[in-house]
Design a protein around this ligand. Sequence first.
Ligand code: SF4
Length: 697
Amino acid sequence: MRVMLVSMPFANLRWGSLALGLLKSALQERGIGCDVAYLNFDLAERIGLELYHWIADSFAFVLGGERLFARELFGPQLPDDDRYWQEVLAVADPRLGHQEREDYLRVAGEVRPFLDDCARAIDWSHYAVVGFTASFQQTLASLCLADRIKRVCPATKVLLGGAACQGPMGVALLRQFPQLDYVFLGEADVAMPMLVAQLAQGRVGRLPPGVAGRENIAFLENAASSGGTIIKQDSTGREDTAIFGSVATATDGRRCFDAAISGSEASAASAQSTPSAAGRKQETAQIQQPEAAPEGSLPAGAIDNSVLVTDLDALPYPNFDDYFARLQRSPLRGQIEPMLFFETSRGCWWGQKHQCAFCGLNGPQLHFRSKSPGRALAELEHLVRRYGVRKANSADNVLDIRYLDTLMPRLADSGLALEFVYELKTNLSRRQVEQLVRAGLRAAQLGVETFSTSILRQIGKGATAAQNIQALKWFTALGVEVKWNLLYGFPGEDPHQYADLARLLPLLYHLAPPVAVGRVRVDRFSPYFRDPLRFGITNVRPHRAFGFVYPFAESVLWDLAYYFEYDYHDRRDPLRYAGPLIAAAETWQQLAGTVALHGFDRPDGVLLVTDTRPVAQQFQWRLAGAERAVYLFCDTARSWQSICRFVTELPPSDRLGQQQLEQLLDRWIAGGIMLHIDDRYLSLATLAPGLQDDRRT
Ligand code: SF4
């Protein structure tokens, strides 16, 4: 038996699919041959890199890429292009004009020949199993090609997995699309090789955990409609085990996964026990449904009993051979700088305790697991050696904070010269930021969201406005490319804060601006989605774009959608009060990189702070002695008391009285080079490396 794994548009062209790379390795370990087809390149080569990136990057939340393939799959069953343009795309981005519309339709015209070529270019009959990975904006393209494959090779088993298939979305996809045989409702590391092995032996009696197939779809839907808890026991004979396999059967002895059934902390804890003990344990997957869901839709949470890999060290190294071979063959290779896609953890250590209100990582997926530092380093060394690439992007939701003292120093000393990207929370110290940069961090996705501490508290973000600003400042100062989003319209937020926020932003124009500014979304699996009334959210409904991609009833769209629209219980319109903030953010984006507030030491020991922001009150500030010391001390946000203590420790000639100190801080605040926020004083200038006072950070 041979397996083909497929990555369709609009997957990123700069790296291979981590999911497919891991599955290829897992299959190879079982002696099952596997190829990976990066057909996303084929479309990019047809339409050009610029248009490909435009669709991939600009339209994800309004399903622009999905709509291109939906037109092919459903034709006139869908509302026409005019309506899609006017009711979805033009609403999302009013700047889209005639040329953009022409470009979009030009790409639409390439979809059918692209799919025809995909169907012809590969001898699909050579493969007993074809598996597609569907992150967002890959689902419809996968369904289109799966349809063509099934028409010529009806016996080929078609599998679908990935973020777009989690829980009810996967069950609904299986129900609606006969070209699919099996869908993975969660992590597929264990289930997929098991299922393929079963298919190779020609017997699929009991499906591995987390797999939806024609065999169990009625069970899944019945469980949904009968009140919401799937109960699964081990092989002692309960009827449900005829439908899903158990952890005990999931562990086949060839690779000892430390595996748990997802769905509750208790069951995750059972992963620490032996397979047989875990097998004796009753496991439950709690199903939750938001109040607004229509009759007949599936549970919102987990009809997902997929096996979570709790020991990430047990995973194989991902195999990206097919990606690099395809890149080498591509006429676009000169325009694409490849990166390694790696993961050192799954889930979120913060969200496991306090999930951010808007975050769509669902319960089981939040369960935090990370690789041991030694294993993570060995994997990176392996990937660099094998592919000769020294730029890497992490798939982690958030950096394992323990790595700051373990993996990062080892990476810095490794001689690997790896340059990498991570997603980070902002509650870092300057030393930690420097440690990351020493290790090779060159770009970061920062979880900023807003500069209001009260909103950050409301959404459970676990950081303050001062931490957000100082993290932005340090990363900017150290030359790290920073990406972050500015959100507004959080349910329950106090509108009066927005005038202050709009006044604050011009003080930050020397820092990295937000990549995007937008109203906060309601995503499936988020606390907003699970419990909308608690947050003052009403009328939750699938984002309107889903009705332009799937010609199905509202209850089915509910199951397929990941993004949702909503109203506020108090009927507010955030645009009424967020307008000045949005305008200030747009100015920030326009000014990016053209203005500075930067401090460096002159040879005579004077700290020279140069200010070219539009709000600058003076071009240069010369700070010497105590002034220099206090300004550097406040590179980290400081309380009044700690500044007073600091001043008493200065040499007697530099000491300041309380009144002098107060006047000094007030002068800096009035001059816009210091911020008083969260009852802390924070110097705003980016500082040349090595300049900050780090005695107390
Ligand atoms: S938004 Fe980030 S920090 Fe918050 S729960 Fe989600 S992954 Fe974790």
